[in-house]
Design a binder for this molecule. Structure first.
Ligand SMILES: Nc1ncnc2c1ncn2[C@@H]1O[C@H](COP(=O)(O)OP(=O)(O)OP(=O)(O)O)[C@@H](O)[C@H]1O
Ligand SMILES: [Mg+2]
Length: 464
């Protein structure tokens, strides 16, 4: 099947470049420099994928995307963003775009992204029971905004442009449609449950239930009851029959959180269920078939527990068919601004104050912070910031005091008894360049000078 791709950019050079890359891959391509005309064409013929520039003189790429998505919910959209156009990218995630192509791009990046987008589209179609056949995508014109809106609110969005998060998203796309069990490892607050629900949403089981269970929260008897259910009269107080989660998640996904905490006896029981694909309720004798995918999560090193004998090796192999390791937030600092804006827009939607921006200084403070509590900690910091904020932008003074102190402490002048003002200036500028990742705008902002002055100083001190 040839996929049909519409590309839109007001720069003819980008159009030509994209067309060349895509046609080489065997895709059918229509290129437009005028978004209005492109939209008309899409309405008339529909297509599988739209690649559009965000900034065009006559129509905003986001606007175009919203219109395409409203009419053709399964058509994927890739937005081309200029470097550092964070605002646009954030706006885009809010509207449901999944992909960004950052200018300048390489042919490999285009090929990879297009492939991913088309696979996801195909998976969604399959999950919705539509056949993705033929060259035209007109069969997908499930009408109306409600379909888009509904799906958008349910689809978990994993925000991030760092290579580590892109890798995670790409693994999810690859393995979600298969039925294999997945174990997610990552520190507290790093997004394990979000990833689990994203796997579910992109799987063939997306229309089935997603059920979560925390293995660390209950004792053995209660876990037994929750997971396996019981027959009427199984124990004192069991007045009715109860279905366990393994059974209730039929056709869907069971998310076992803190799997490393599961007591040994339950490990044995779970293993048997997974091997035999059936279970017997507590107090029962009849085997009941189960149809569930297990996605588990852990913040502790289960492999070490296996080596130490605390976790069963056979169960570990069965549930750890694919392992997804989530990086801590400090390993993907590039994502912090994007996440911050995403969280703000979520808070706003939940009826909070109308605050949709974070000052540059506050952002660079967040970027430098170590985030032991990962994305959840960033959420908490921003929720608090919104609550105390009296302006329409979050500023440094709205961030928790210990974070501000952390930042101030981060700069320590060299251990010399006396420094000239120039030496101190040189040292401080080089410190800031380091923590801003060499971004001059940000550095100049923190210093309270303009870019040109910073540039002169950098030249004087031979920095950068
Ligand atoms: N990449 C991301 N994009 C958007 N939101 C994220 C991302 N990662 C985490 N979050 C959000 O951060 C919060 C914490 O994520 P989640 O509950 O999935 O983490 P967790 O690893 O399960 O945490 P815990 O170990 O505390 O259970 C959630 O509100 C989630 O939506
Ligand atoms: Mg969790």
């Amino acid at each position: 099947m040839t996929s049909y791709i519409v590309i839109i950019d007001d720069e003819t050079i980008t159009l030509k470049q994209l067309r060349r890359i895509l046609e080489k891959e065997g895709y059918q391509v229509a290129a437009f420099s005028n978004p209005q005309r492109a939209l008309k064409h899409i309405e008339a013929s529909s297509c599988h994928l739209v690649i559009s520039d965000v900034r065009m003189p006559t129509m905003d790429g986001l606007d175009l995307m919203t219109r395409v998505k409203a009419r053709f919910p399964t058509t994927e959209v890739i937005l081309i963003t200029g470097y550092a156009s964070i605002d646009g990218a954030v706006e885009a995630t809010r509207e449901g775009a999944y992909y960004y192509l950052e200018k300048p791009f390489t042919p490999d990046q285009v090929r990879d992204l297009v492939k991913q987008a088309l696979i996801l589209r195909h998976t969604r179609e399959a999950a919705n029971g539509n056949s993705a056949s033929g060259n035209s995508a007109s069969g997908n014109s499930v009408s109306g905004d409600s379909v888009f809106g509904e799906r958008d609110s349910q689809t978990p969005v994993i925000i991030g442009e760092s290579s580590k998060i892109r890798e995670v998203v790409s693994i999810i796309r690859q393995i979600a449609p298969t039925d294999c069990n997945v174990m997610i490892t990552g520190d507290s607050g790093s997004g394990k449950e979000l990833v689990a629900s994203a796997i579910h949403a992109a799987s063939k089981r997306a229309n089935g239930p997603f059920m979560a269970f925390n293995c660390g929260a209950l004792n053995e008897t209660l876990i037994d009851n929750e997971l396996f259910g019981h027959e009427k009269g199984a124990f004192t107080g069991a007045e009715t029959r109860s279905t366990g989660l393994l059974e209730a998640a039929a056709g869907g996904t069971l998310f076992l959180d803190e799997i490393g905490e599961m007591p040994n006896s339950m490990q044995v029981k779970l293993l048997r269920v997974l091997q035999e694909r059936e279970l017997i309720r507590v107090g029962g004798s009849r085997p009941i078939p189960i149809d569930v995918r297990i996605v588990s999560a852990t913040a502790v090193d289960v492999k070490a527990a296996v080596n130490g004998g605390a976790f069963r090796k056979d169960l570990y192999f069965r549930i750890n068919v694919v392992n997804i390791k989530l990086p801590g937030l400090s390993e993907r600092k590039k994502d912090i601004p994007l996440l911050a804006y995403h969280i703000l827009s979520r808070l706003k939607r939940r009826g909070g104050k109308n605050i949709s921006a974070v000052s540059q200084k506050a952002i660079s403070l967040l970027i430098n912070y170590a985030f032991p509590g990962n994305v959840r900690e960033l959420e908490n910091i921003l929720e608090r910031a919104v609550a105390v904020c009296s302006a329409d932008v979050i500023r440094v003074c709205d961030l928790p005091p210990d974070l501000i102190e952390f930042e101030l402490q981060a700069y320590k002048p060299p251990d010399e008894q006396f420094m000239t003002l120039a030496e101190l200036e040189q040292d401080y500028i080089s410190h800031l360049l380091k923590i801003t990742g060499g971004v001059r705008n940000k550095t100049a902002d923190i210093l309270g000078i303009d870019r040109a002055s910073l540039w002169r100083k950098m030249k004087k001190y031979k920095l950068g």
